[in-house]
Design a protein around this ligand. Sequence first.
Ligand code: NDP
Ligand code: GDR
Length: 344
Amino acid sequence: MKKAIVTGITGQDAAYLAELLLSKDYEVYGTYRRTSSTNFWRIEDLGIEEHPNLHLLEYDLVDLSSAFRIISDIKPDEVYNLAAQSFVGVSFSQPIATAQITGVGAMNLLEAIRTINPKIKFYQASTSEMFGKVRAIPQSEETPFHPRSPYGVAKVFAHWATLNYQESYDLFASSGILFNHESPLRGKEFVTRKITDSVAKISLGMLDVIELGNLDAKRDWGYAKDYVEGMYRILQAENPDVFVLATGRTETVRDFVEMAFKAIGVDMEWQGKDENEIGLDKDTSKTLVKVNPKFYRPAEVELLIGDPTKAKNILGWEAKTSLEELCEMMVKSDIEKNKNGKSY
Ligand code: NDP
Ligand code: GDR
């Protein structure tokens, strides 16, 4: 039975990846950090929290000694480093913590692996945020990086650390450059889930208006469950490498809002510009969306669209779920969660 450590088990991707690895008969060690109230709702939602092959381990990414301990105690075949301070907005207010967790945290694990057993395979959760300022459309493995946030900067460090350890110590250390991927398990601080949860609340009469930041930002959004399959395939490939996982389609935040309202049968129209822009119900003229500059970022990533050709050719991986299907799935799930008073 193969053993995998998946860091960040309380997060979206680790929950789906753990589910996938369990279905492939792995022994999965999911790591969480100690907080005053632990939060396992995602693995509970997936019904895997009591799976006999899922073990929960306390681990903080910034603690090098713990990295050595978990690698030597568990003796894993594969390590998927999915834990991070992953919210771009917060990285502007907590840049140093983000650098330590999201950047140095990855190197702690690499150090432990190369010292204890360089045969352990390592996956680093890299991100399209490393591309930042648009240098090419679409963005591929060859596109230069220009991060636009402390989060992006920290992820570039972790990405290059992964490649450096691969080249220097011959580790099977790979990096997946994943574009935005969402799901009903997405955190509510991220824009898609904020929108679908708010639309659900509006449809249930629990909220009047959604306040958002930059409506013009364009993202390449896919379904998280499709993407964890790609992570798994990256570590089963013949050689360690870098792969972009994306859908190849980009839409604005405004488009996603329209799609989410469509899922509850509401057609929208837009009036005004920039911070005065509002979104209205076409039939009733009721205001549904307002812009609040408090959600703007000091530097924005305007346009992301990925080129997943390499992943398709080498891994046989493709995003399967359309944005419309994903958005509808999230709105429906949020309506159910809000109805049951269980809106995490
Ligand atoms: P989430 O924010 O849902 O999960 C992040 C996880 O990291 C949580 O379990 C969190 O724990 C944990 N964590 C945070 N700080 C620490 C720490 N100091 N020590 C240990 N664990 C910590 O992220 P996603 O699941 O969406 O993303 C997974 C990874 O992929 C992240 O690294 C993210 O940056 C990256 N990524 C995500 C993309 C996406 O679109 N989702 C796209 C590209 C990359 P807690 O619950 O306690 O906060
Ligand atoms: P992102 O995701 O920064 O791409 O990082 P997020 O959903 O936070 O923002 C996407 C875009 O929407 C704009 N936006 C808003 N964002 C939030 N959160 N809240 C708002 O109210 C709002 N209004 C507009 C943002 O400005 C941005 O342009 C995610 C994270 O999962 C990262 O960890 C990951 O690396 C990248 O995706 C790929």
